[in-house]
Design a protein around this ligand. Structure first.
Ligand code: SGN
Ligand code: CA
Length: 532
């Protein structure tokens, strides 16, 4: 068949038109079915938001962690549902509250057989790995590769359980965790599949042993304790008075303050801990601490001076361990960016809970008061999150599992109680919950924080302490952001009090919690302790 010029041009136009039509369709299809994003979920242990420079508290510099927020989002009101390690991790994995997933405290067992988000990602074609601290007994389920610390793990020369087998690794835990995260990303995973890596640091957990290169960092600085360091708990109930987490009262000479002998001349727990070090590590450690310890002894401190020395010793070691965490984050971000993975990888930085950095005179966590209830959250995903985003929504660790599944295009199972915050962080919606629920169970136990539960809105917080007391506290976070005075029973707050009681009843009902649950878990805890 011969075409004249007119016919030829018409055919060419139709051809180009059809071609363009199909190429548009396939582009649109691609938009709706993009390559599933990779996930790098970074969690540290006990990292209070006050010790991340992006939060603006001026304590330290964490340029690498900050980068996640500069290139993505910073969450200002992210909280946990239960401020203690293992329960927080169980919530993070399952997307269910403690009283539903069953891991209510650090001592009772965790059931790995229940659904968790890595299992679901794995079943949907993801390669998954868990490297670092998970603090849940039993072989982790849902991971193609797992390398986890047994229990709390050690800072120096730690053991790891690699796919079920225990081995010792020479070196410093934070660097080893980073090295293996990078090794898995670069050499061990199946590069044809999307991946989800849980890269979970032990630091800055107690007892804050710094890496060799940071042993003298901050030596030339004097930190001022927070304004409420000398809190006498006058405005609060029995629970705040009876805790055992005061820096100047409960922290220990050796374990916490790195002295080799107690004031009474006895060798401390630190002296025993140093047996794990190599001679070179021990030499560097002693070279750094001995002169500081000698100077402290010679100064013969007491009262406020001693309390401030203790604060400084604590905060410096705590911040030193964070410096190594920040270095690791930098190494992982650089790896992603240098290997073309930056665009399609969601990077999250968070902690299993917040921490007291001298506020109320405390270290540790557990309370529903702000510093331990909140937890840092920073997130980068250039495809959907604008650089420099700030999110005030009341998100919780309960939301991670459904959020990650949402990004992967997978429907979250019905039993998951969290919500996906994908559309909140992208700016697609402003609709979000206006109250969050909290429970804490581990009592009587180390640090003696009483059992409690509560509800918080952006302005008010109602807490009920129970078991060996029956006390309520109510805080107006706008007027009293440091929670120094409970206004429960104050006539000026009568209506707020009623409103918050109603909120608490309805949120307990919504998530399926009850006094019967509290009693059941209390009994299980006491039985468990009696057996030990
Ligand atoms: C250990 C710590 C406590 C800490 C708990 C729970 N003591 O018992 O200070 O509160 O862990 O922490 S230590 O002497 O072992 O350092 S958690 O992060 O694992 O929940
Ligand atoms: Ca923790």
């Amino acid at each position: 068949m011969k075409l004249n010029l007119y016919q030829f041009l018409s055919a060419a136009i139709i051809f180009v038109y059809i071609g363009t039509f199909f190429s548009c369709v396939s582009a649109n299809e691609n938009k709706e079915n993009p390559t599933p994003p990779n996930i790098v979920f970074i969690m540290s242990d006990d990292h209070g938001y006050q010790a991340i420079s992006a939060y603006g508290h001026g304590l330290n510099n964490t340029p690498n962690i900050d980068r996640i927020a500069q290139e993505g989002a910073l969450f200002t009101r992210s909280t946990v549902t239960n401020s203690i390690c293992a329960p927080s991790r169980a919530v993070m994995l399952t997307g269910m509250h403690s009283f539903v997933n069953g891991k209510v405290d650090n001592v009772q067992p965790f059931n790995w057989d229940q659904p968790n988000f890595p299992k679901i990602l794995q079943a949907n074609g993801y390669q998954t790995a868990m490297i670092g601290k998970i603090h849940l007994d039993g072989l982790p389920q849902g991971f193609d590769y797992s390398m986890v610390l047994p229990g709390q793990g050690h800072y120096y020369n730690p053991d790891f359980i690699v796919n079920g087998e225990r081995k010792r690794f020479p070196g410093y835990v934070t660097q080893i965790t980073t090295d293996y995260a990078l090794k898995w990303l670069d050499e061990m995973r199946d590069k044809d599949k999307p991946f989800c890596l849980l890269y979970h640091q032990k630091a800055p957990h107690r007892n804050w042993k710094p890496e060799e290169k940071y042993l003298t960092l901050f030596d030339d600085i004097e930190f001022t304790p927070p304004a409420n360091y000398y809190d006498d708990y006058a405005g609060r109930g029995t629970a705040a008075h009876e805790q055992e987490m005061e820096i100047d009262g409960h922290a220990r000479w050796g374990h916490d303050f790195k002295m080799l002998v107690n004031p009474d001349g006895d060798t401390t727990r630190l002296a025993r801990q140093l047996k794990r070090f190599t001679p070179e590590q021990k030499e560097k450690w002693l070279a750094a601490y001995t002169p500081k310890n000698e100077a402290m002894k010679a100064a013969n401190l007491s009262g406020k001076e001693l309390a401030e020395w203790k604060f400084n010793r604590y905060i410096k070691d705590y911040l030193r361990t964070i410096q190594s965490v920040d270095d690791g984050v930098g190494e992982v971000l650089d790896y992603l960016d240098e290997n073309g993975l930056g665009e399609n990888t969601i990077v999250v930085y968070t902690s299993d809970q917040g921490f007291y950095l001298g506020e109320h005179g405390w270290f540790d966590k557990r309370f529903m008061y702000e510093e331990s209830f909140r937890t840092p959250l920073l997130m980068r995903y250039p495809k959907e999150i604008k650089a420099g985003t700030k999110i005030d929504a009341l998100v919780q660790n309960l939301d991670f599992a459904p959020t990650f599944l949402d990004y992967a295009g997978i429907q979250a199972p019905e039993e998951m109680q969290g919500e996906s915050f994908r559309d909140v962080v992208s700016g697609a919606t402003e609709t979000w919950r206006d109250a969050v629920y909290y429970t804490y169970y581990e009592y009587p136990s180390v640090h003696m924080v009483k059992r409690h539960y509560g509800v918080s809105t952006d302005r008010y917080k109602l807490i009920h302490f129970y078991y060996d007391i029956d006390e309520w506290e109510l805080y107006d976070l706008e007027k009293d952001p440091n929670e120094m005075n409970s206004v429960y029973g104050d006539p000026a707050y009568k209506e707020v009090e009623q409103m918050m009681h109603a909120r608490l009843d309805s949120i307990r009902q919504y998530y399926g919690d009850s006094d019967a649950n509290d009693q059941r878990y209390l009994k299980a805890y006491l039985d468990h302790r009696a057996k030990r």
